[in-house]
Design a protein around this ligand. Structure first.
Ligand SMILES: Nc1ncnc2c1ncn2[C@@H]1O[C@H](COP(=O)(O)OP(=O)(O)OP(=O)(O)O)[C@@H](O)[C@H]1O
Ligand SMILES: [Mg+2]
Length: 243
């Protein structure tokens, strides 16, 4: 039996805009297993980011439940969710944000320092992660001096700092060219495999589907399919790498 990592039950979301109530998500049910590499796909405006934000604990649902690791996260307090995020969930936003006055390595280390770790310990672990994403040469740069693809790799390193069980990524390859996008994706795949981290990411790129173990399709605020992608994942990813 596979273990359920994320379970969503009858989730709805509407936004209040002025006097209007705008429904965005409708009665969503979804299950993702531990170790899945899930791609969430669908047209612009269908509600993908909204769903990710609710799962990440930033935006509250109007109705319904979100269970992560068995915890009903919206039953808990805001502080509990903040702690849970810090301990368990790495987030890669579409547009990376950085503290301008800090170097790359310092930016990677900062979540642990905020969590109470000494800067020295945090920087040591950050140094390992920067190697993992192949960016050690850029450790002392300012993040905004790096290319979009390089920044996304650094964002991935930062998301891994606190040993998350989950990574949630909102179009991490959205601003990248084909090659850089593919490299980042292979890196995510390796991390998914090597560390068993459950990954949920949004993409618009059809070429990336082959790397997913699960493809969830959204349309107009509803999930229209949730497909396990048995083919591809190992076969295609490995044969690609040999090229
Ligand atoms: N804070 C908000 N207030 C009001 N409406 C919002 C808010 N956030 C999102 N929406 C609306 O919800 C709908 C879904 O937005 P969302 O950002 O989730 O789409 P998306 O699928 O991520 O699109 P894209 O692929 O372009 O990123 C849109 O119509 C958007 O205008
Ligand atoms: Mg979005």
């Amino acid at each position: 039996m596979e273990e359920v990592a994320i379970k969503i039950e009858k989730l709805s979301k509407s936004f209040q805009v002025g006097k209007n109530n705008i429904p965005v998500l409708f009665d969503i049910d979804l299950e993702i297993n531990k170790g899945d590499f899930t791609m969430l796909v669908g047209p612009s405006g269908c509600g993908k980011s909204t769903l990710l934000h609710i799962i990440y604990g930033l935006e509250s649902p109007t109705k319904g439940k979100v269970y992560i690791d068995g915890y009903d996260i919206w039953e808990k307090t805001k502080d509990w969710r903040a702690y849970f995020r810090n301990q368990k969930v790495g987030f890669i936003p579409q547009q990376a944000f950085w503290i301008k006055s800090l170097t790359v390595i310092e930016n990677i280390a900062i979540p642990a320092v905020i969590g109470g770790e000494s800067f020295k310990d945090a920087a040591e672990r950050a140094a390992k992660l920067i190697e993992l994403v192949g960016m050690e040469k850029w450790a002392d740069y300012r993040p905004y001096d790096l290319s979009g693809g390089q920044q996304q790799k650094i964002a991935l390193a930062r998301s891994l700092l606190l040993n998350p069980a989950f990574i949630i990524a909102d179009e991490p390859t959205g601003n990248l060219d084909q090659k850089a996008g593919k490299n980042l994706l292979l890196l995510l795949r390796d991390i998914n495999k090597k560390f068993g981290i459950t990954i949920l990411m949004v993409t618009h790129d059809l070429n990336q589907y082959k790397y997913a173990s699960r493809i969830v399709n959204m349309l107009d605020g509803k999930i229209v399919s949730n497909i396990i992608n048995k083919h591809g994942i190992d076969f295609i990813a490995n044969s690609d790498r040999k090229k």
